[in-house]
Ligand binder design. Structure first.
Ligand SMILES: C[S@@+](CC[C@H](N)C(=O)[O-])C[C@H]1O[C@@H](n2cnc3c(N)ncnc32)[C@H](O)[C@@H]1O
Length: 276
């Protein structure tokens, strides 16, 4: 099966009506993936008809809920680290009605490589950035999922550049053709913002749209040992850069804000390989 942005665009065009029927009344949530991002996953894996989707990072369960509704015949296995977090109870409550969803608590870095089976779909939205990629690589090497999605692949970040350079067959939900057509699903943005993103002549060129999923389709022999070492090295380098920046940067808060714009949930946009 060929996974490319062109195939995702074609399938999204055919399936958006069915997707909206399935998830139609789900309200957007500030802290969670965007509804158009769920369509990106839905359209990408539509032909695979996955038996299981494993998710790492549930929080309040917006992504879990969208997956559970969009894929009623697929087992959604969701892993969240933090059972004591105030999000945990409301997420379980919300997901209780979906019989295809199983909620686990634990560290995905331990559980995902154990639970994934060949042909599964894996979605990582915590841990973040290079930690997420290292986890993706580990799972791909040991368990052969069909493809892995990683959230928070924002354009312009060192992490995104790394993924684009090292995994050239990966593709992203902030592809301008996808955003232009389907940002309308993210009503929380408001009319003016939606017009901005859907106008081919005036769309923002340098900004990433929403958190942004990166999709990494499996390839035989990937990742090899060299790729594993490179991602470990990049993670260490990003952590060192982060701690040096923390100690030395004295820029006024306004300048720092411009460099790392706020996301819609008010948290800082992910920067140079920070980790959760
Ligand atoms: C951005 S939130 C997830 C949002 C959710 N996917 C949604 O769209 O509603 C990230 C979550 O990942 C969890 N997380 C981070 N590292 C983790 C790990 N190693 N194992 C399991 N969960 C982890 C965090 O506790 C946090 O709740």
């Amino acid at each position: 099966m060929q996974y490319t942005i062109d195939n995702t665009l074609a399938r999204a065009g055919e399936l958006v009506g069915e997707f909206e029927r399935r998830i139609g009344d789900v309200e957007p949530m500030e802290r969670g993936i965007a509804i158009s991002e769920a369509l990106f996953v839905f359209a990408t894996v539509a032909d695979l008809k996955p038996r299981r989707i494993l998710e790492s990072g549930r929080a309040l369960g917006q992504s879990t809920y969208l997956l559970g509704r969009a894929f009623p015949d697929t087992a959604i296995i969701s892993i969240e680290a933090n059972a004591d977090h105030p999000d945990a109870g409301p997420a379980l409550q919300r997901l209780r009605g979906l019989s295809n969803v199983e909620c686990l608590f634990g560290n995905s870095r331990v559980l995902l490589p154990r639970l994934t089976r060949p042909g599964d779909v894996v979605i990582i939205d915590g841990p973040k950035w290079f930690r997420a990629l290292k986890l993706a690589y580990t799972v791909m090497r040991r368990r052969q999922p069909a493809l892995v999605f990683i959230h928070d692949c924002e354009r312009g970040t060192p992490f995104r550049r790394f993924v684009e350079r090292r995994i050239p067959w990966s593709f992203f939900s902030d592809d301008h053709r996808f955003v232009q057509q389907y940002c309308r699903l993210d009503r929380y943005l408001g009319d003016a913002e939606l017009r901005r993103w859907s106008d081919p002549d005036h769309r923002p060129r340098d900004e990433s749209y929403a958190g942004t999923f990166g999709c990494i389709p499996a390839r035989p022999g990937f990742p090899g040992l060299g790729a594993m070492l490179r991602v470990s090295g990049a993670r260490i380098a990003a952590n060192v850069a982060k701690s040096v920046t923390k100690r030395t940067i004295t820029a006024p808060a306004s300048r720092q804000r411009a460099a790392h714009p706020r996301r819609r949930d008010g948290t800082a946009s992910p920067g140079a390989g920070a980790s959760s």
